[in-house]
Design a protein around this ligand. Structure first.
Ligand code: SF4
Length: 483
């Protein structure tokens, strides 16, 4: 759960990166950072907190140069400590390097143990620093070869931006778990100004046009002085001994990405609307209105309403300004924490049979409280419809899910969950139905013959079918309750 952003050949690159990170804030709220280069040295400013809090005008003016990368972080590996804030910087073979990473390295424990046993001094507890160590130890001669070497050593998800005084590199792992898009901005000096972003919504904010996605297994290098690009794609056959397949995170479309982003060339809003339509076709119920759990549930609920002919209403209001800390009332207010974020519209739901659409159920605690709030507000019936399958397995590829035994669908059947949540009925979209929805969109970012059998989507948190042996093993250990 992170966002990366980069820009080349742009005046005020730090300010453009700042805007880009602002648009990606939903991907991580723990820390933010920007590195820039004037093609001689790299300067970095980073800290814990929201983008707005980390950067003041003065901080951005000190970040000189026309080229920048940035990062917003939500920790999935390592804690929220200063040393883990990105971009992280180092010198490799005398060259200053700055790196922003979105994803999760699944063999990080093994790499960390190996590095520490061989004398490496590691500063951070997160996995990103390990990438720089692998590159620094590589006996390859060129920077690209060192990057490729890290490809061979790492398992898991990594969409990276790597900045040096001469180049910006964009890297996506062979499975392509996390999105990374290339865009272009207008400029007047005749040298292309490239933008790289986890999501295209950041390109809209800085006035860049989407060009294409970085492909799984690709290292794109941009020469800063000329803007010339070179694409190096490491064919999946190079990874055949690991039996890897393209594996885009389907959860990016279910929940994670902003609805106005093109994710793998599919608008997240359209995907969610179609999920809602499919949910309605397969799980109809007689009711007076369809309401959404905002935000990602909104297009899903609109899709459900359109397909069912039942009117869509705004029945829950989300407060977007809930900070990290708040002063709790001295007097005990029931469901205070959930009510702080979501409040039912009493006058709308009172006496009504309601279909509530949510994107997913993970622990189930929030869903349970939402149903309780709706009943307190006078709803006559509450039917839960979830626009994804039950989440039964943890994610090891960069989404912060709880351990397996804490996942509601792992310990209960759908019927038991319905009882626990106190809903009248509870239904999910099945894995096949979800995959069918995604298949109905034409993905132009991957050629058809490159798609794997399941259409190139990762669905491991629903099915437990992880791509790599390490995650598969971790899943089994968790099953035995050892983690
Ligand atoms: S396990 Fe789930 S959340 Fe993780 S990458 Fe796969 S689909 Fe996405």
């Amino acid at each position: 759960m992170c966002g990366v952003f980069g820009v080349t050949n742009a005046e005020n690159a730090s300010k453009i990166a700042y805007l880009g990170l602002f648009a990606l804030q939903h991907r991580g709220q723990e820390s933010a950072g920007i590195s820039t280069t004037n093609e001689k040295i790299i300067n970095t400013h980073r800290n814990t907190g929201l983008v707005f809090d980390v950067f003041k005008e003065n901080d951005l003016s000190k970040l000189e140069g026309n080229n920048a990368i940035g990062h917003v972080r939500y920790s999935t590996a390592g804690g929220n400590i200063g040393a883990n804030v990105q971009p992280i910087t180092a010198r490799i073979g005398g060259i200053p390097v700055s790196l922003s990473h979105n994803g999760n390295i699944v063999n990080s424990e093994e790499i960390r143990t190996f590095l520490e046993n061989s004398g490496a001094i590691l500063q951070a507890t997160a996995d990103t620093e390990l990438i720089l160590h692998i590159m620094a130890r590589s006996n390859k001669t060129t920077f690209i070869e060192k990057l490729k070497h890290s490809f061979e050593e790492l398992s898991g998800a990594f969409s990276l931006l790597v900045l040096t005084p001469t180049h910006l590199y964009a890297v996506v792992d062979a499975c392509g778990y996390r999105p990374l898009s290339l865009g272009k901005m207008k400029n007047e000096n005749g040298i292309p100004s490239w933008v790289l972003s986890s999501e295209t919504c950041a390109m809209d904010l800085v006035g860049a046009e989407f060009v294409r996605d970085i492909a799984p297994g690709e290292i794109l290098s941009i020469e800063l002085a000329t803007g010339l690009t070179q694409s190096n794609i490491f064919n999946l056959t190079e990874f055949q001994n690991r039996k890897l397949q393209h594996s885009k995170c389907i959860f990016e479309h279910v929940y994670f990405s902003r609805p106005d982003s093109l994710v793998w060339n599919i608008l997240a809003n359209d995907a969610r609307f179609a999920m809602g339509e499919e949910l309605s076709k397969n799980n109809p119920v007689d009711a007076d209105m369809v309401i959404a759990v905002p935000d990602s549930g909104v297009p899903m609920a609109m899709g459900y309403a359109k397909a069912s002919g039942i009117p869509y209403r705004i029945g829950l209001i989300r407060n977007h300004y809930v900070g990290r800390t708040f002063i709790e009332p001295t007097q005990n207010v029931r469901n205070f924490k959930v009510r702080l974020k979501l409040n039912p519209v009493r006058e709308t739901v009172k006496g009504k049979r309601i279909i509530v659409i949510d994107d997913s159920i993970v622990r189930g605690t929030t869903s349970r409280k939402i149903i309780e709030l709706l009943r307190e507000a006078g709803a006559k019936e509450v039917h839960m419809r979830i626009a994804s399958p039950p989440v039964k397995y943890p994610c090891y590829y960069g989404i912060d899910t709880p351990k397996r035994k804490e996942l509601l669908a792992q310990v209960m059947t759908s019927l038991e969950m319905n009882e626990y949540l106190k809903s009248n009925t509870l239904e999910f979209l099945s894995e096949n139905q979800l995959l069918n929805v995604m298949q109905s969109f034409q993905t132009s970012s991957l050629k058809k013959n490159e798609e794997s059998l399941n259409g190139g989507w990762c669905t491991a948190c629903f099915s437990g079918n992880y791509q790599d042996e390490i995650a598969q093993k971790k899943g089994c250990i968790e099953k035995l309750g050892a983690i």
